[in-house]
Design a protein around this ligand. Sequence first.
Ligand SMILES: Cc1cc2nc3c(=O)[nH]c(=O)nc-3n(C[C@H](O)[C@H](O)[C@H](O)COP(=O)(O)O)c2cc1C
Length: 252
Amino acid sequence: MVEAAAIVEKAGPDILDINFGCPVKKVAGKGAGAGMLRDIPKMLEITRRVVDAVDIPVTVKTRLGWDCENKIITDLGPRLQDCGIKALTVHGRTRSQMYTGQADWSLIGELKNDPRMEIPVIGNGDITSPEGAAAAFGSFGVDGIMIGRGAIGAPWIFREVRQYLEKGEYEPLSDAAKFDILRRQIRESIDRIDEYRGILHIRRHLAATPLFKGIPNFRETRIRLLRAETEKELFDLLDHISETFFGNRVDS
Ligand SMILES: Cc1cc2nc3c(=O)[nH]c(=O)nc-3n(C[C@H](O)[C@H](O)[C@H](O)COP(=O)(O)O)c2cc1C
């Protein structure tokens, strides 16, 4: 981890975030990611040594604990802080929960309100709307929130959340603007990787987008969307969707 941290630092990021939260079996099962929640002394040592190894701020992201019998975050938080990290993000689930059930924010709030905690505590889990974001700040007093799945297929959520937090209301984007953002995501994904893999990557975002939720008779189109293999096919299909299901309200 110390060697990896040095490599990461050379790439010039603003911060280095250690992921002690990944629940995937091939990661956590080996003791990495959320697997570190089963060996706290090692987790703390790694954190301390990474903090010492780099000049940029180091932050940690983790979960409540390994399982429901071991929700240790309120004890762990101050100890991670003592390692010199600059912020702590907590996903309100245990490793055993993976992504099931509901995130439990009560322990995140308890940690945040622990007078020993001086670094920012960032809450994470199940925020999918501007109202949910505001409630998380209001009810639990966290310094920040992170949004994961709520942004998949809906990257405009961040704009809506920001507006809502600043003004108490938000102006939902037009469907046309949402289409434009999805097109841009596709283009950027292709530019970043290549046409085939870029499309493979972005298809799951298209599959999840709330823009296409609840459209009657959409099934066949959705299947075509998820099978498209070329940029042209995908863009033609989006044009078709905007014309057929959104009354041609999209300028393309
Ligand atoms: C497909 C997928 C990939 C993820 N990859 C990462 C990752 O690389 N690093 C990380 O810190 N969290 C990762 N997460 C976890 C999320 O950042 C987040 O903690 C979790 O999904 C709970 O927040 P949410 O309810 O807003 O999605 C991933 C989650 C999903 C569903």
